[in-house]
Design a binder for this molecule. Structure first.
Ligand SMILES: [Zn+2]
Length: 449
């Protein structure tokens, strides 16, 4: 059985102009989807106009009528052909890249084929969160900069590309392969132009350089040779708008990877993990109590910018590099704790109440995003499937006030103090106590004896 792709997401920081541009792509894509749906209703009702003729005309749209059984739905290939024939005339391109239109047609076809005899599917709701399948339109230029060709040459997006090292290398290898391919193409075109006087080749090489920009010429860093079983980056890159998970609403890029060969879990046990500020990780399992201190000192909040000249500043880019410095310092710990967690049959973490920290005046959500702890939770979720590891998210109520031995709830320990149970006398570091409580909660939730 082929394994499903691993999907890892990283936060991006579009400017207001870029945000408006991304939303405009989504709005146009929704318009296209609504037109396609109306045309499918037209076809289901016995109509025989092409998508282009239908959308350019004034054919009435009727919904919710039963589909005549005699009429077969167009196949996905036919839908693709119809969209391709209509997209320029209807103004969907160049706003929406072809990859996003293909995804929309495939999703729509799937909806229609999954309800063969019921009510016909309606158009996508306007409130559906944006999802842009941009695939190879997205390029990594440096560890904090993405180029999205749909947005135009000057609109580079600042990003926190926090990935585990094997996945980061897989992504860079793909970029490198593309850069080498592009360079070979340009070299061949230059030969045709300068050796054979080919005017078209001269025009083509100029157009390619215009699209690629100066970054296309930069040398890429040396990467280690891939090991057998390493993940492989796929050309399936998606921009998503994420809202409602407790963290501030944001754009993310979803990168997909072929899984490679991965070992399954080895410990038939539950690992409790407490993610924290002074100690990024406290882990508890049978015979394991590990408290890991932070490998750097503050301050963590972004400092004000001291402007030294009137020259234009790359402030957003610099701030992303600033965050990345903390992430790189933490990355070895993030990776070793990921390896540790993926060795257990089940891993239990708190479903952190990010908004609750902010209400108490503690910017833990910003901190956890900036240094990569939020990414670690995403890595764990994404990779646990490949390793056959169950991940449980327990509600966070009372974990810091519960004794891990007798489960009695007491007062929350003061900052810097040990957890002391007034009932049984158990004393331990509060984060380790929390990790043990989380582990016990998970054990119970799993129904283990
Ligand atoms: Zn106790």
């Amino acid at each position: 059985m082929p394994k499903p792709p691993v999907r890892l997401t990283t936060r991006i920081h579009p400017t207001p102009t870029q945000d408006a541009h991304l939303r405009a792509i989504w709005t146009t894509l929704l318009t296209a989807q609504h037109t396609l749906t109306a045309w499918l209703h037209h076809r289901a009702g016995g109509g025989n106009h092409s998508l282009l003729a239908f959308a350019s005309g004034t054919s009435p749209i009727s919904a919710d009528h039963p589909r005549p059984r005699t009429r077969a739905l167009p196949t996905l290939d036919q839908l693709d052909d119809e969209v391709r024939a209509a997209r320029d005339a209807l103004g969907w391109t160049p706003t929406v890249p072809p990859s996003a239109l293909r995804w929309m047609a495939a999703q729509t076809a799937r909806q229609w084929h999954s309800c063969p005899h019921g009510t016909l599917p309606g158009p996508w709701p306007p409130a559906q969160p944006p999802e842009l399948h941009l695939d190879h339109s997205v390029r990594v230029l440096d560890p904090v900069t993405l180029a999205i060709s749909t947005l135009g040459a000057d609109e580079l997006i600042v990003a926190d590309l926090y990935l585990p090292n094997p996945h980061w290398h897989a992504l860079l290898r793909r970029q490198q392969r593309r850069a080498v391919h592009e360079r070979n193409l340009r070299d061949a075109l230059e030969c045709s132009w300068l050796d054979a006087g080919d005017r078209d080749a001269a025009a083509e090489v100029l157009a390619r350089r215009t699209r690629g920009g100066p970054w296309a010429e930069l040398p890429w860093p040396e990467l280690p040779e891939p090991c057998p079983g390493d993940p492989v980056s796929r050309e399936e890159t998606v921009l998503r708008w994420i809202d409602g998970d407790g963290l501030p609403a944001r754009w993310v890029v979803e990168w997909r990877f072929g899984a490679g060969e991965v070992p399954g879990w080895v410990h038939d046990d539950v690992l409790g993990v407490d993610v924290g500020y002074h100690h990024p990780f406290a882990c508890a399992a049978h015979g394991l109590n590990v408290l890991t201190p932070r490998p750097f000192r503050g301050p963590f909040a972004q400092p004000p910018l001291v402007r030294t000249s009137a020259a234009p500043h790359h402030e957003a880019w610099a701030r992303a590099q600033h965050r990345r410095a903390m992430f790189l310092r933490l990355r070895p710990l993030l990776e070793s704790h990921l390896d540790l967690a993926l060795g257990y049959r089940a891993v239990v973490v708190e479903r952190l109440d990010w908004g609750g920290f902010a209400r108490r005046g503690f910017p833990f959500a910003d901190y956890a995003q900036d240094v990569g702890l939020v990414s670690w939770l995403d890595w764990l979720n994404a990779l646990s499937v490949q390793h056959g590891v169950t991940v449980l998210r327990m509600p966070p109520a009372y974990t810091s006030r519960t004794c891990c031995v007798c489960l009695r709830v007491g007062p929350r320990p003061q900052t810097g103090e040990l957890f002391r149970c007034a009932s049984c006398g158990q004393t331990s570091h509060p984060d380790l106590n929390a990790a043990r409580v989380i582990r016990r909660q998970g054990w119970t939730a799993l129904g283990w004896p």
